[in-house]
Design a protein around this ligand. Structure first.
Ligand SMILES: NC(=O)c1ccc[n+]([C@@H]2O[C@H](COP(=O)([O-])OP(=O)(O)OC[C@H]3O[C@@H](n4cnc5c(N)ncnc54)[C@H](O)[C@@H]3O)[C@@H](O)[C@H]2O)c1
Length: 350
């Protein structure tokens, strides 16, 4: 039985508690959260509650810890786990700044204590299959990519201060997942441009962003992001694999190549199979069956394998840092109205 602790029992921390309860071979050893709501949660799960996570790590000595704190607190908690040799699953983004993320990455590599970043979609069968389809050349050379993440967060979501402030918006909370997936499927993103707006709610933080992407391999992409639009076009809703979202079959990414196009997560693929490649001939449509497994339990099982020493993190702190750099590039591009190169940010922070 592996003993896990949850640090920060808010929106996603509570989900992690439930995932642990529902999973074989693991138990919730302790929760650390100073909020009054955490008392009832700890009673519900019948586990010790600590106000201070450092005291919890020392006293409960878990085999692993899940860090689900507000983003600005991720790096400090990550170091606290590393200092005690405890593997951690840190929610995305790995940290709020690139220098904090790089510092944590280097500390993890030097101590040889693994950190898994919570880019849960990497544990999804559709993302893995999409990467395989692109890599095996079924679409030909990739030309262009299009993505959507558009949902309407409820008013109560913004009662929490950090979500109304820069860094607490959909670029670092939601788009970073899509960036991570597109990096995984298509390759590294070299440069970005963006326009951002906060007119829907009038908060300091952005609510809507349009983004242009240039990948290192020359592929071009565009992405529309909004957390103020009533729409089913998010991976969470279209995949049916996320937590706390209804399923409505559809797509959130289109990957287009010289000989075919793949829609994700429906995994419909259209290919130009006729030898003369004439654009007025019908495309051949194919549906890839998926195993239907859900990403969060898959992620938890992977974290347990890391703790058992059977796997290395599929999303390491270094990998998560690259997704953070790309998301920050979007933020800067919108703020400064210029093209931002991701590598320039990484070099400046190193
Ligand atoms: N992977 C996902 O699906 C997913 C979903 C939502 C949020 N997230 C990420 O998880 C993180 C948390 O987001 P959230 O929406 O759950 O936030 P939240 O504000 O709902 O929860 C944060 C919790 O941390 C607690 N906390 C604050 N300071 C603490 C401290 N020093 N020690 C212990 N606990 C402390 C708060 O009391 C609160 O309960 C964010 O970084 C976010 O990007 C990931």
């Amino acid at each position: 039985m592996i003993r896990l602790a949850v640090i920060g029992a808010g929106l996603i921390g509570r989900e992690h508690c439930q995932l642990i309860r529902d999973h074989d071979g693991v138990e919730l050893a302790a929760i650390a959260d100073p909020s009054p709501e955490a008392d009832a949660l700890a009673r519900e799960y019948g586990c010790p509650l600590f106000r201070d996570y450092a005291a919890m790590l020392d006293s409960a000595a878990p085999d692993g810890a899940i860090v689900a704190l507000p983003t600005t607190l991720h790096a400090e908690a990550g170091h606290a786990c590393l200092d005690r040799g405890i593997p951690s699953l840190i929610e995305k983004p790995v940290a709020d700044t690139l220098s904090a993320a790089l510092n944590l990455t280097e500390a993890s590599e030097a101590a040889n204590v693994p950190i898994l970043i919570g880019h849960h979609r990497r544990h999804s069968p559709d993302m893995r299959e999409a990467r395989r389809i692109v890599a095996e050349g079924a679409l030909g050379d990739i030309v262009a990519v299009n993505g959507l993440w558009m949902a309407d967060k409820p008013d109560a979501y913004f009662d929490t201060d950090w979500r109304r402030q820069p860094g607490g918006g959909p670029i670092l909370i939601n788009l970073i997942h899509d960036i991570d997936c597109l990096r995984f499927i298509v390759g590294e993103i070299a440069e970005v441009r963006a326009f951002a707006s906060s007119t829907a709610r009038g908060f300091e933080v952005e609510d809507t962003v349009s983004i242009a992407l240039r990948f290192e391999n020359g592929v071009l992409g565009s992405f529309l992001l909004s957390d103020a639009a009533a729409s089913p076009f998010t991976w969470e809703t279209t995949s049916g694999q996320a937590l706390y979202f209804p399923h409505r079959a559809g797509d959130c990414y289109v990957i287009a190549g010289r000989t075919g196009t793949l829609a994700i997560p429906s995994m419909r693929l259209w290919r130009r199979d006729a030898p003369d490649h004439h654009w007025q001939h019908p495309l051949v449509e194919k549906q890839t069956p998926l195993d239907g497994s859900r990403t969060y339990p898959n992620q938890l099982e992977h974290f347990l394998d890391i703790i058992r020493g059977r796997a290395n993190p599929v999303v390491s702190a270094r990998d998560g840092t690259h997704s953070l750099a790309t998301a920050l590039a979007v933020q800067i591009a919108a703020r400064e109205d210029r093209t931002v190169a991701v590598q320039d940010l990484l070099t400046a922070a190193a």
